[in-house]
Design a protein around this ligand. Structure first.
Ligand SMILES: C=CC1=C(C)c2cc3[nH]c(cc4nc(cc5[nH]c(cc1n2)c(C)c5CCC(=O)O)C(CCC(=O)O)=C4C)c(C)c3C=C
Ligand SMILES: [Fe+2]
Ligand SMILES: [Fe+2]
Length: 368
């Protein structure tokens, strides 16, 4: 067993707490050479693709990466902003806002963000938190609905990192918040704000990222959690069953994925004479390639080509105030029992410990 070197242990220090918001990840640039390593890391994850490793290695390296990297890069280029990839830009802003929100509520917590694939990587962020003395870590995936392909893969990355540490911090993992009241109400508020501006559609389409159908049959609760989110949102909006539908997008590969698929469904709606649809993607908490390009560009085009008249994409929650508030409530719920709101005595003790650690460090430095 080879352990990473630990920072010097400091007696009696008040443990610091950190919340780490973790999203999927995104390439560093909208170019084939940047998309390729990102896709390699993502699609090499056995949680994402369950095909036997040796067979998959050939398919990935000889077929998928050479062809998909350039194609995907062009798509990324169509949504890239001056600040970078939308997924990263929104996640970073969410972490900053959450830090401010929790701070304003009196919590002394670090809030950082990390990406499961790409950067800032999970190990990079966890190393920094260890160096800064964080002894309690709350892992907050950016996915409201649990799936082995996403949430569990984040958990794997955390376990893998700490497998090489002696002094493992106290860890808590948020599995899902697909039915959390504040999340549902943030979604409801965003739909109502859209309808206040633009009127109501004939149908509201709630499109979730797909996964292979096989994963549902093998016990992954993702499909049920997506449907529960949709049902709760429809209830909050007062929609009857014929006023909304649930679809699954972003199919990858040849196997059957969760149905109904988003693109053929909206085409069919247009062909049946539905004039206006609004599409929301409640499973994506930040706008990204899959919402801005696939839904707001490709699916819009499909709907209008098939005879639809009016297509509205309702943006993800991104930096929405009600959403940041929801995130803070979800984090607070999972931090119960952790002393994040410090008493004056604890604060004084922390100050004193910081002074002692500083003096220790200087003494150690001087004796070397
Ligand atoms: C919201 C949850 C997500 C699930 C579940 C999910 C499963 C899943 N995805 C792929 C393959 C790809 N997904 C890609 C992009 C992508 N996926 C999600 C989220 C979920 N994926 C997001 C937020 C994004 C966008 C990232 C961004 O940079 O904006 C891609 C890359 C893009 C492309 O080349 O099309 C792939 C590939 C699989 C195979 C899978 C479950 C088995
Ligand atoms: Fe995906
Ligand atoms: Fe896609």
């Amino acid at each position: 067993m080879s352990y990473r070197t630990e920072p010097p242990y400091s007696h009696g220090s008040v443990p610091k707490t950190a919340v780490v918001l973790i999203n999927l990840g995104t390439p560093n640039a909208p170019t084939a050479s940047a998309v390729r390593p990102y896709l390699r890391e993502f699609l090499s994850d056995p949680r994402v693709v369950e095909i036997p490793r040796a067979i998959w290695w050939f398919i990935l390296n000889l077929i998928i990466l050479p062809f998909r990297s350039g194609k995907s890069a062009k798509k990324y280029a169509s949504i890239w902003t001056n600040e970078g990839s939308p997924l990263k830009v929104h996640t970073e802003k969410q972490a900053k806002l959450l830090r401010g929100y929790l701070g304003a509520r009196g919590h002394e917590v670090r809030v950082e963000y990390a990406m499961r694939y790409g950067s800032p990587s999970v190990p990079q962020v966890l190393r920094q938190l260890k160096a800064d003395g964080c002894e309690r870590i709350l892992v907050l995936p950016a996915y409201p609905q649990y799936s082995a392909t996403t949430t569990a893969s984040i958990f794997d990355a955390i376990f893998k990192h700490y497998a090489q540490e002696r002094n493992v911090p106290e860890l808590r993992f948020i599995k899902h918040y697909h039915d959390h009241d504040a999340y549902i109400r943030a979604l409801q508020k965003s739909v109502l704000a859209h309808w206040d501006m633009s009127g109501r559609p004939d149908k509201l389409v709630m499109s979730f990222h797909g996964v292979p159908k096989r994963t549902l049959l093998l016990g992954d609760p993702y499909h049920c959690e997506c449907h529960k989110t949709a049902r709760l949102l429809a209830k909050e909006l007062g929609l009857t069953q014929d006023q909304y539908l649930v679809t699954f997008q972003s199919r990858f590969g040849k196997a059957e994925w969760l149905q109904p698929y988003t693109a053929p469904t909206v085409k069919k709606l247009a062909q049946e004479g539905v004039q206006r649809i609004d599409v929301i993607c409640p499973g994506f908490t930040s706008d990204c390639l899959e919402t801005l390009e696939e839904i707001a560009m490709e699916v819009r085009h499909d709907f209008l080509q098939a005879g639809g008249k009016d297509f509205n994409y309702i943006a993800c929650l991104n930096e929405d105030d009600a959403w940041i508030k929801a995130l803070s409530q979800i984090a607070e719920l999972h931090m119960i029992g952790w002393p994040t709101i410090l008493s004056p005595a604890m604060r004084a003790e922390r100050e004193a410990q910081a002074q002692i650690s500083k003096a220790d460090a200087m003494r150690l430095g001087a004796s070397e």
